[in-house]
Ligand binder design. Structure first.
Ligand SMILES: C[S@@+](CC[C@H](N)C(=O)[O-])C[C@H]1O[C@@H](n2cnc3c(N)ncnc32)[C@H](O)[C@@H]1O
Length: 199
């Protein structure tokens, strides 16, 4: 189930309730960068949480910005970036009403944000992705996989739903299965990783 009404500040105050917040960069993001398909550029992490992947992107030479609804998560992200001496930017905002970031982003990353949205928020989400990107920009989605819902585990999305949501505006280059890294869940949840490019 999506979790649009969740109190994300409350979630981040209790580490037990944020098992995705491992403090380690996403293995899928690392693999994507190692493949050379995405090179350092202006990057936006949607629903960046406490900023681990934004800091990682900044350390890899990206001009990296993270946005999240939770002030608690964003405050932690700012502090983590300060300690890591990383040149990363953070904004507290909804992915459904993004601020004006100026120049478009060439890379948009999303580990676990899209899948929290309600179905009726999906087209607004795509509209926001289009608003902050340009033709050719990449969008890399990591979301829970409806083939294997887990409790406890992330909300899930089917491959058909990914295609139905994005394929009108983005070319889907590939969709692969993977298992999420987590802190403390009994079983690693199955996910979909989807690399898309804006037409
Ligand atoms: C499962 S967590 C993933 C966090 C981070 N991407 C990570 O990998 O650690 C989902 C994140 O999306 C954020 N979020 C949920 N709905 C949002 C919205 N409408 N706008 C911005 N952020 C949102 C939550 O605050 C939370 O940090």
């Amino acid at each position: 189930m999506p979790t649009p009404d969740r109190d994300w500040n409350e979630t981040y105050r209790d580490p037990q309730t944020a098992p995705w917040d491992t403090g380690r960069p996403s293995a899928q993001l690392r693999l994507l960068l190692e493949s050379g398909v995405v090179k350092p550029c202006r990057a936006l992490d949607l629903g960046c949480g406490t900023g681990t992947n934004v800091i990682f992107l900044a350390q890899q030479g990206f001009e990296a910005t993270g946005v999240d609804l939770s002030e608690v998560a964003v405050q932690r992200a700012v502090e983590k970036a300060r300690v890591a001496n990383a040149n990363a930017n953070f904004v507290c905002a909804s992915v459904l009403a993004l601020p004006d970031f100026g120049e478009p982003f060439e890379f948009v990353f999303d580990r676990g944000c899209f899948h929290t949205l309600a179905k009726d928020q999906r087209s607004a989400f795509v509209g926001q992705v289009l608003r902050v990107t340009r033709p050719g920009s990449a969008y890399f989605l990591l979301c829970g996989n409806a083939k294997e819902p887990l409790d406890p585990g992330p909300p899930t999305v089917s491959e058909e739903e990914i295609r139905a949501t994005f394929s009108r505006d983005l070319d889907i280059e590939w969709i692969r299965e993977f298992r999420f890294d987590t802190a403390g869940l009994p079983k690693a949840p199955l996910g979909y990783a989807a690399l898309m490019r804006r037409r």
